[in-house]
Design a protein around this ligand. Sequence first.
Ligand SMILES: Nc1ncnc2c1ncn2[C@@H]1O[C@H](COP(=O)(O)OP(=O)(O)OP(=O)(O)O)[C@@H](O)[C@H]1O
Ligand SMILES: [Mg+2]
Length: 414
Amino acid sequence: MKVIAVANQKGGCGKTTTAINLAACLGKKEQRVLLLDLDPQGHCSLGFGVFNEDARDLYDVFTGEAVLEDIILPDVFTGVDVVPATKTLQAAENLPVRRDERDRLLAKYLMPIRDRYDYVVIDCPPSMGLLCFNALAAADLVLIPIEMSLFGMHGIDRMYDVVRELRERHGRDIPVRVLPTLVDSRTRLCRQFLREIGERFADDVLPVMVQFTVRLKEAARQGLPVIAFDPTSTVAVQYGRLANETMSMLQDDAATDGVGEPATGLPEATAAVQHNNPANEAVPVLQSHATPGGMEESRKRLGTMKRVFEEARSRLSRQGGLQKVVLRFYDFTGRDVKLAGSFNDWRPDQGVVTRTANGIVEKIVMLMPGTYQYRLVVDGLWQEDPSNPEQVSNYSGGYNSVLQVEEEHATEHA
Ligand SMILES: Nc1ncnc2c1ncn2[C@@H]1O[C@H](COP(=O)(O)OP(=O)(O)OP(=O)(O)O)[C@@H](O)[C@H]1O
Ligand SMILES: [Mg+2]
């Protein structure tokens, strides 16, 4: 059994769509697949048209009230069983567990079913909490969908850091692969992002991408994977290729198994898996231009990235793609308040305009629609936003506040 964790802290980048469609394509290729929904939003069961808010989920397994086998929904699609999620799963983020067991819970519960499936595909939540850590720690492959839009790459360094930490802690390699999603290669900006991604992530970028198409939304609305909804569509072919690609990667890589006992000794830090594209599909823009480089090399690359982003940001601003978001704070008179979040690489007040009047502090940022996490730095101390009830737990044991920027209207948060 091989475990594929589909993860990215960034919301709305196509994790669930990828998990559902990858699982369905693997199932169609006669693989035995378990799609495991680790996101309390429960979108996997919605996407397969089997959502039930009273269903038992992994929370019941973590608390000992059910065993994993009992909560599996069998044959949701050809070859695919599903472990659903409901909003109670959110409570799992705060389970009191022994520190040394914190990220191995899921692997432990997957052990008894390891002979029953060829692949477990995990849909991770858009936050880096206990659930996501468990998925990454159990993974034989971490698949990161990256949305080809401004800020699409935000937070990816953090993902890589976490995977590196887990590799060291558990003494085994965990290959990472990047999948460009929502690709609209007609736009210059998107082509530029694709080039950048190829340069920045080099060999980790899959030779497959997923184009932007309404067919995926329509399929999800019908509760179907796209290979059932529109099997001849380009995107169905693209997800089929992704299945081929991951199968050939993981078959070659028979030595590792994220669910078994941790190995002793760490293999080479760089991914040992060769790219092998059975469909023989060339994707020229994604070919790697990078050579292994040191700090200097990666600093240079980051410099180029920043310039591209700045250029893109001003262009989008002119086009009205960015939205002005005003966060207002009433309780910090006379205190130094800074804003840091996934939108500014957690650098306090970077790219943020501050206005103070009549005891009210306003923080103004220009953001694309999407979901962001942020914290305040008040007199040098990091804390969540006390006026925002929407929070997610973070890995350091605290909470991040969640900011949702909707499409096409300015957002003001009082
Ligand atoms: N390639 C695509 N083209 C067009 N729309 C897409 C594509 N992929 C995903 N979408 C749509 O974008 C939205 C977000 O996708 P999805 O739910 O898969 O993202 P996610 O990363 O799982 O989000 P979250 O972080 O909230 O879990 C959905 O409405 C989905 O139908
Ligand atoms: Mg999702």
